[in-house]
Design a protein around this ligand. Structure first.
Ligand code: SF4
Length: 345
């Protein structure tokens, strides 16, 4: 069977109609237990039910093929083999505040072709099922408990791994619901990052089932020609649509204490000069309540170069001087090809 795990549990529920309703809560709680790796550890469930579950439903929807660990042991990258043989990567990082963030993949490959991104060069193979997304969280929580310390917990989940999350809207939405329902993560601890698929962004505004998690737009330039060069899938009138959408987002979602983030990878000689800083400031002043996350480029293509530290500081200071809230993201795991834009199989 290859259906999502929780869908399969619904099927299982039909097979055991006489089981008390609390049984399904026990099953879900067992699945998200940080130390459990097998149905037979869920002792709250009768032996016969555990046996049937073990026969029908694998504990995880993929098998680990390889694990890469950074020198400082603050970044781990796992290679997983899915049930149909496709491979995905998933990453966990420990920040300077000692919090663990999981970076999940939402697709096998990606169709968006961003020039700085190794995943984009693979093309799209298929969407992940919601359970294949949620199981990345479950895998890493078990890994932390068994390999690092039993008390370690995941603090944040970011949808910034392989794939464009909003191109797999339904499964991502289902995965978000599962993460919010079965883990202790609150909605401000989960961020979905997107290149900005406008119809899906519009859908979020009117979709009562879309949970109020944080959104990050991969902008990378506020200049239309440069953005199209970096993200070939970008719409011709992207900025007009983005400004209109952002204003609606601020009106509808701002009351839920959510802010928008613009992700901006700095590429030497492409988007890191004063002209680009000025264009970004102008855009943000039109939208307001946006934070900017500057990201150092992690080399995936020899044709693209990293912006120097000096130029990065200039860019950050220019934004700050013009009233923009801006941070530079610390890069994790580039020596194991686990940093932003480097995931590929
Ligand atoms: S950066 Fe994200 S959206 Fe762009 S190609 Fe890579 S995975 Fe796809």
């Amino acid at each position: 069977m290859n259906e999502p795990l929780l869908t399969r549990l619904t099927w299982f529920q039909k097979q055991f109609p006489l089981e008390p309703s609390f049984r399904w809560k026990q099953i879900q709680t067992g699945l998200f237990h940080p130390n459990f790796t097998d149905w037979h550890q869920v002792l709250t469930i009768p032996f016969s039910v555990r046996n049937k579950l073990k026969e029908e439903i694998p504990w995880l929807s993929f098998v680990i093929q390889n694990m890469f660990v950074s020198k400082e042991k603050n970044t781990y990258k796992a290679l997983f083999s899915l049930q149909d043989g496709f491979l995905i990567e998933s990453v966990i990082m420990k920040n300077t505040r000692k919090q663990w963030t999981v970076c999940v993949s939402s697709q096998v490959g990606c169709a968006m072709r961003c020039t700085f991104c190794a995943t984009g060069k693979m093309g799209l193979k298929r969407n992940l099922l919601s359970d294949e997304i949620v199981d990345q969280y479950r895998f890493w929580q078990i890994y932390l408990s068994s390999h690092i310390s039993t008390s370690e917990r995941i603090s944040n989940v970011v949808f910034m791994g392989m794939g464009e999350p909003l191109a797999n809207y339904e499964s991502v939405r289902e995965a978000l619901h599962d993460l919010l329902a079965f883990t202790s993560l609150g909605s401000t601890r989960i961020t979905v990052s997107t290149v900005g698929i406008i119809p899906r962004l519009e859908q979020i505004l009117t979709d009562p089932k879309w949970p109020a998690v944080r959104l990050a737009i991969s902008l990378h330039s506020a200049d239309p020609i440069t953005r199209k060069q970096i993200i070939p899938s970008s719409y011709d009138d992207f900025f007009k649509k983005l400004i209109t959408w952002s204003k609606k987002y601020q009106e509808k979602i701002a009351h839920r204490r959510q802010h928008l983030t613009f992700e901006y990878i700095l590429l030497r000689g492409i988007n890191d000069d004063e002209h680009h800083a000025k264009a970004l400031v102008k855009l943000i002043h039109l939208i307001t309540n946006v934070r900017v996350n500057l990201i150092p480029y992690n080399i995936t293509d020899p044709a693209l170069k990293k912006t120097s530290k000096q130029q990065m500081d200039f860019f950050q200071n220019y934004l700050k001087e013009h009233g923009v809230q801006v941070t530079i993201r610390k890069s994790f795991g580039d020596e194991i090809q686990a940093a932003c834009g480097q995931l590929v199989i």
